[in-house]
Design a protein around this ligand. Structure first.
Ligand code: NAD
Ligand code: UFG
Length: 358
């Protein structure tokens, strides 16, 4: 595998591996720790388009183990074939994708190419090699603007999605359902994440967005370290308890652990008659101002803010009914917003410039 930064050949290959695409990213890097804790071995594929290899190196320190890492793209079929040929891959956890909502409106073709074509490519190569276990990072965004709350998995998806990023997630879900219909020996888990925030307790890894953050929590933490002057709260006139948008924030380590549970579920169930689809949230909705207050409590730092116009495409409120994940996977979120804010602050205050500060 020339031209690729592969350390896997230096390491004795365990009998079966999980291929983690996008494993250098925010959620992927945290999930590696939980996978390791549960005794799974893995290899990471990431093109580093939105991440740094430093995240992998730091996870190596946390788990005290070398991580086989391939710098490459899920759209590169030749590379994928080489990875599947050289490693005994048993399953794939697929995080790789572009995720900036606003950017997806400007560059829809890039988003469909990367997310939809990239996933299709990966599935094709998996099929060629007879690897049929797949865990997919989907999103609450597939529900569009739901008319009932909390959201359950059987509710309508695909209608009212306001951007190409969200539609790419919906399209991939549909591809996965069709794939299962064509061959029910596939074992597929579609995980619909709500709003992941926070960081590993070590403060060594965390969310490190490029440029000005789009998401609320990294914006707040960058205001707290003085990188940004103040938070702009998008909309103060929503029909919510304080007028600001309500979301279901979930600690990234709880989310990471759900991937282990999903994989175990696929491993332990041989008679699945459809893809597993579960919401991963806490079931609690918090407003933007609730999050600001919780962050101030956790950090002792005042967050200046102003309320500005609504952000186009935002909805007033969304939170999960997480019961299905509890029933089927035995999983539920354990950490509350205080812990989410404390850990986000622990990461940001120790790494004010993210991985670039190293
Ligand atoms: P992230 O950008 O930190 O991680 C994604 C990783 O995929 C990055 O390391 C990036 O370099 C890599 N990547 C992108 N395109 C690739 C390609 N073509 N080939 C190889 N690697 C590629 O994002 P994240 O927050 O960790 O999200 C992980 C997954 O979860 C994404 O699919 C995202 O859409 C989904 N998700 C995220 C959120 C959220 O709020 N963070 C919510 C719902 C769903
Ligand atoms: N918000 C602000 N100011 C900011 C950023 C956000 O007020 O600077 C508000 C938003 O208006 C919204 C809330 O904070 O009310 C959360 O916004 P985020 O951008 O953090 O998250 P979203 O709910 O818009 O979307 C996120 C991810 C999507 C994912 C979705 C799943 O960005 O990729 O959660 O629910 F699909």
């Amino acid at each position: 595998m020339k031209n690729n930064n592969i350390s896997s050949s230096l390491i004795p290959h365990p009998s079966s591996l999980i291929l983690v695409t996008g494993g250098a990213g925010y959620i992927g890097s945290h999930t590696l720790i939980e996978l390791d804790k549960a005794g799974f071995d893995f290899i990471v594929l990431d093109n580093l388009s939105n991440s740094s290899e430093k995240a992998i190196r730091r996870v190596e320190k946390i788990i005290n183990k070398k991580i086989p890492f391939v710098k490459g793209d899920i759209r590169d079929k030749k590379l994928l074939r080489e990875i599947f040929k050289e490693n005994k891959i048993d399953s794939v956890i697929h995080f790789a994708g572009l995720k900036a909502v606003g950017e997806s409106v400007e560059k829809p073709l890039e988003y469909y190419e990367n997310n939809v074509c990239g996933t299709n490519n990966l599935l094709e190569v998996m099929k060629e090699f007879g690897v049929k276990k797949f865990v997919f990072s989907s999103s609450a965004t597939v529900y569009g603007e739901p008319d009932k709350m909390p959201v359950t998995e059987d509710m309508q998806t695909g209608v009212g999605i306001t951007n190409p990023y969200g539609r790419s997630k919906y399209m991939i879900e549909e591809i996965l359902k069709d794939l299962f219909i064509s061959d029910n020996s596939w074992k597929i888990a579609i995980l619909r994440y709500f709003n992941p925030v926070g960081a590993h307790e070590s403060g060594m890894i965390g969310e490190d967005p490029e440029g000005i953050p789009n998401n609320l929590m990294p914006f707040i933490t960058q205001v707290a370290v003085g990188k940004l002057p103040k938070l702009r709260v998008f909309g103060g006139d929503y029909p919510t308890h304080d007028g600001t948008g309500v979301r279901d924030y979930i600690h990234v380590m709880d989310l990471a652990n759900a991937h282990v549970k999903a994989l175990e579920y696929l491993n332990n169930n041989n008679d699945l008659n459809e893809p597993l689809i579960v919401n991963l949230g806490t079931g609690q909705g918090y407003s933007v101002l609730d999050m600001v207050k919780a962050f101030e409590r956790a950090s002792g730092v005042k967050i200046p803010y102003e309320i500005v116009d609504r952000r186009p495409g935002d909805i007033a409120k969304i939170y999960a009914n997480p019961n299905k994940a509890k029933e089927l996977l035995g999983w539920e979120a354990k950490r509350g917003i205080d812990e989410m804010c404390e850990s986000a602050w622990n990461w940001q205050s120790k790494n004010p410039k993210g991985y670039k500060g190293e």
